[in-house]
Design a binder for this molecule. Structure first.
Ligand code: FAD
Length: 333
């Protein structure tokens, strides 16, 4: 099947309050790799009320072209308004490949586009490559509860689409000298066509807390913490290091921590500079969400715990002794 008329790799640079989210910039790095494999251009798609910052960032993170659509109705995400823009752009430019962040909005938008264009979408990808012979992107994602990785192809239709988790990929190097072609299109979505409206935003965590996907240091606890109260220990360590606290699903299921703090396959995918795993065994579903961290420090009293297989520093011991000792030492510095 020939897909010659379908050109370029598109990355949706999602914004919140006119600021680009990290995931879109991370995907520009992956998009570049695919664009090179497919010998096509890398394009960013920016939609919003004021897109200045996102357009600047998309250029700096390597886009060759940036499609920009602005309007009052695009201040907040809605599937109807953003879907309308995206589908009109697809009609005009026939993209070969579309990458979207697997955020709440990105998942919504990606599936709307895929269904409308009757094409395939692979959700939650963790690795991407190109089969140069066929021009298909190889979309890789965990399957069967994270026990194996599936490679999925969209060989019959275009565009080929995928969503990728925030934090699954590192941002590419910034290049402030890159000069992308910026293409502005006037696409309006009438108010009566927008069926959902954002009324308010309510923060999931307190103002002083650093979000998991933005933290450079994460101190996570699991079932080994034994109670909600004991997480204070991890908070102390996180505070000394200017990091934030995360957890395993066991800690969420026990009601010790909110789901927004869960790391792993059904939680957040993170890649901080340092990741502490305290009283976490290292189940594949947890490791799937943190294995890309810079340095992994595991504290576990069981020397055979699987977390030690991915850890850079393995501390075999009782976390109730090790963590306070670390806090004391760090405070003394
Ligand atoms: P456990 O496996 O019970 O490990 C507790 C560890 O604490 C043990 O290794 C023990 O040696 C250690 N320990 C106990 N006391 C101490 C002490 N005093 N000092 C030091 N160490 C101590 N899990 C996730 O985390 N994230 C996910 O997103 C996720 N998604 C899932 C999706 C699916 C479809 C499924 C089936 C499961 C998922 N899970 C997920 C659950 C996962 O399989 C594990 O059950 C979970 O990660 C276990 O959490 P844990 O390591 O905290 O607990």
């Amino acid at each position: 099947m020939s897909f010659e008329t379908w050109k370029d790799v598109w990355v949706f640079v999602e914004c919140f309050k006119d600021q680009p989210k990290s995931v879109g910039l991370e995907l520009l790095g992956q998009g570049r790799k695919l664009a090179e494999g497919l010998k096509q251009d890398l394009c960013a798609v920016v939609i919003g009320k004021d897109t200045k910052e996102a357009v600047k960032a998309a250029g700096e993170y390597g886009a060759d072209k940036i499609y920009v659509v602005e309007g009052e109705e695009y201040e907040d995400y809605s599937a109807d308004a953003y879907g309308n823009v995206f589908l009109k752009l697809c009609e005009l430019y026939h993209p070969n490949t579309i990458l979207v962040g697997a955020t709440v909005n990105g998942r919504d938008l990606g599936s709307k586009i895929a269904v409308s264009l009757r094409t395939g979408l692979t959700a939650d990808c963790t690795a991407l490559s190109v089969d140069e012979e066929t021009g298909n992107v190889v979309w890789e994602r965990p399957a069967f509860g994270g026990n194996l990785y599936a490679q999925i192809l969209c060989s019959e239709t275009r565009p080929q689409m995928g969503t990728c988790r925030p934090g699954a990929f590192k941002k590419p190097e910034k290049n402030p000298d890159n000069e992308p072609v910026v293409i502005r299109r006037e696409i309006r979505t009438p108010d009566e066509e927008i069926r959902t409206k954002v009324i308010d935003f309510i923060k999931a965590c307190d103002d002083n807390d650093i979000r998991l996907d933005e933290a450079e240091i994460i101190v996570s606890g699991g079932r080994g913490m034994k109670s909600a109260e004991n997480f204070v220990l991890l908070k102390e360590l996180a505070d000394v290091l200017n990091g934030t606290v995360g957890c395993s699903r066991a800690a969420v299921d026990a009601g010790w921590m909110p789901q927004t703090k869960q790391v792993g396959q059904t939680g957040a995918t993170v890649s901080p500079k340092i990741y502490f795993a305290c009283g976490i065994s290292g189940a594949v579903q947890h490791v799937a969400g943190m294995s890309e961290s810079g340095t992994i420090i595991a504290i576990n009293k069981d020397e055979t715990a699987p977390i030690f297989e991915v850890a850079d520093y393995c501390i075999v011991g009782d976390l109730f002794e090790v963590v306070p000792a670390l806090v004391k030492e760090l405070k003394a510095r």
